[in-house]
Structure formats: C-alpha cells, structure tokens
Design a binder for this molecule. Sequence first.
Ligand code: GLU
Length: 477
Amino acid sequence: MEIVRTRFAPSPTGFMHVGNVRSALFPWLLARQNNGKFILRIEDTDQARLVEGATSLIIDTLNWLGIDWDEGIIKGGEYGPYIQTERREIYLKWAQKLIDKGLAYADPYTSEEVEAFREQSKAAKKAFLYRDYRPENPPIWDGTKPLRFKVTEIKRYNWHDPVMGDLSAGPEALDDFILVKADGLPTYNFAHIVDDAEMKITHVIRGLEYIPSIPKYLSLYDALELERPVLACLPHILAPDGNKKLGKRDGAKSVQEYRDDGILPEAMLNFLASMGWNDGTEQEIFSREELITKFSLDRVQRSGARFDEKRLLWMNGQWIRKLSLDDLFERVKDFWPETAKQVNDDYKKQILALVQDRLKTLSELPILTSYFFEEPKPKQEMISDNKQLGKLTNEDVIKLLNSAKDVLLDCNYNAKSIQEKLNTLLETTGQKPGVLFSLIRIAVSWAPFSPALNETLSVIGRDKVQARLQLAIKTIK
Ligand code: GLU
C-alpha cells in the first residue's frame, strides 16, 4: 500500500495565526493516523513578502503544539532541500522539460502591453485571458523574462475533493500562468507542483482560497505527466460575527500570543481541530491521541468554521482541570505574580490547588491569587457596586464585618472549623450566604473571584484575616 505523505508548506511572511496552524494540523493528523510521513517545507519564493524571523516562529509554534515532522527544514530528508529558494536548479530542470515539449515560453510583453490587452478584453466584454494574446514567435527564454506555461489542453476539468466533494471548472479557468518570474524564482503555482511531486506527497491539504487555481494545477500535472495527489481544501475560518473570513482585525491573536496568555497546547490543538471538524458525536474535548485516531477528511465540514475565542477559553479551562497539580505547577512557573517569587513551593501549590478549577488561562493566575501573597488594597466600590451588598447601609456592613471578625478570632484555622463558624454566623445574623460570604470574601481579597471562602480564609491565616477585616471596617467608616 502507498504510504501517506502529507506536508505543511508555509510561507514565512508573518506570524502564525490559527488558520495557518490548522493547515498544519490536519495533514499532520492524517499522516500520523496512517503511519505516514509529514513534511515541513518552507515556501519563500515571494521574496517581497518575506518577514525576518518568521521561519523560527513557524518552528517554535509547531514544536510547542507537538506537531512534529519527519522530513523538512532542520531535520533534512531524502527529498531535500526543503526551502524553496535552495531548490532553484530543480525548478529549472522541470521548466526545461516543459520548454522541450513546447509547453513553456518566454513572455515578451511589457506591463504596458499586458495592460493594453486587458483593455481590449474589457472592450470586447470578455474575461481577460493571457492565452488569447499568446505571442506567435516568443524569444528564446534566457531567464531575464518570465517563463509562462503554454496551456494546450483547453477543456473542462473534474476532480474530487474529499472535503468539498466533486468539483469542476471549464476552460475559462485555464490560462498561461507564470512558471518562473523575471527574478529567476518560480511562482507558487509552479514550485509547489514540482515539490509535491519530488517529495512524493500523496495528499495536498490547504485553504479554500486555492480552489479557483486548481484547474490550472491540473493542466500542469497533465503537461508534466504527473499523477495528481489527493487535493483537499479546508473551509474558511470565519470571524466571530458576520460571514467574512477571519482577518487580523477580528481579534484573533497569533498562536504565540495565545501561548503567552497561558493557553495550553492541548487546548489549542483541540480548538484548532474543532474548527471545521467533529467526529459526529457530541464530544468536544479530544486528546492528541484521540484526534489522531478519529480524524478523517470526510468529516471536515464544507461551510466556514467560526472562530470563537470563548470556546477556546472554555476548552483551556477543561484542559487545565485535567492536569495533575504537579504538572500544572510546572506549567504556571512563569505566570505567578511578582510577590509570589519569595514564597515557598508548598504554599504556592496549596493555592494553585484552590484555583485550579477556576483558571481559564494561566495568565489569570495573578488576578486570582495575588491577595495570598500581598496585602490587597481595599476598593470600596466593590461593595457599593455589588448588586446585593450595595443595598446594605454602611452600619449594616460594619456590623456584619465585626461579627465575622469575632467568630473567626476564636476558631481553629482549618477549612472545616471555619465552615462551621461561618454557618453559625449565617444563623445569628439571619443573612443569606450570597450576602454574608460575598462580603467577607471581598473584605479579605478585594478580588473579583476567589475559591471557596473557608479554604481561602484558612490559607490566608488568622492574623491576616483579622487585620484585613479590620482594615475593611476602617475603610468603610
Ligand atoms: N505557501 C502557501 C501558503 O502559505 C502554501 C499553500 C499550500 O499548502 O500549498 O499559503
């Protein structure tokens, strides 16, 4: 049986956004599922668009996500080099094959001349096709002019895309496109066909934006007598609102930024896979291994997949909960608030255990925990703006805080005893937990959320709890 060989072929033109990485994930899953090979090739022939450092970003991002490659940059392999600008000779060899067959020619026209052709087509109310103006006696190609493909089989092409279904396009989609530019480098249209063939790629998986060009690629496969690989296109990723493609202005960050914000690679992988794919059940959380087993191109949806950052955060929360405390502790190393640096690991672990279920990203750690490490500043508006607490008079608030201070003074400082005291306090004050416990919670943490009150108090400790309640009373007075 044929070995499945897939590839990710990014252009190093900027940061890696979610769409780029999904184009790496799906072919990777297919390769891993079939014990095949996954190839990483860098497509850098469009020199004007290159961005310094972009290749390292690609490598870092893939490494972080655990999307490993068997052949490609850094690793090497049988069909290298894997950077297109290092493969010039190879493209020239293939270009020569076309020249020899009379299927490629030097483009003699200036851009003004081409513009004039365009105008002519427009005046004749015809779509502009370069082949309508193909020169009769083109000069010999010396590398200083673009080399164009001469498409001779003008016909309808049909092909099957495992995602998009049976597709077809007529002669209007075929034209004499540029193979090699005047700078000597091949176009994407030519280079990727040569590379995919040389690298024995069996499945080409890429974005939907390539569909209109596929008939051109098919005509080139035929001209070069190459067998076509499976050609699959992935649905667009749509902006959170509206039906347009996700763009830079829609709030989607680079994958690196999500990492820096404390998104786990497991969650990002899960999220990327869910953008356009599901296994037909209600299951939403998939591990890497499950994705490898369950992924299939047939179950990739045709319609656009919405980018929903809230869903990513939800998934991340789910993945954070699944981690063992030690694993989570390791991963939050760089996320603790400054003031936690002096504190010993056991205390930090105790706190981490308290907030594990509440974290949606690791970067929330400071806001959720800083009051365990430093004295929080009272923000009285947290009481006055609170729906329930805002209804109490200052006297009521002070009275309640004083009662809390009293019962918590004479108490064993463990979660269980504290809970008993708090329950008694509910009875004696006649307050609801939503009022009394919220008030105490705010008065000792001045944070938007905290773990269970009894546990929070026991970790903060008696002296600090007393002092903070006292300060709250003073602030309100
Ligand atoms: N270099 C192309 C891009 O980054 C790759 C398209 C493909 O996968 O063939 O869009």
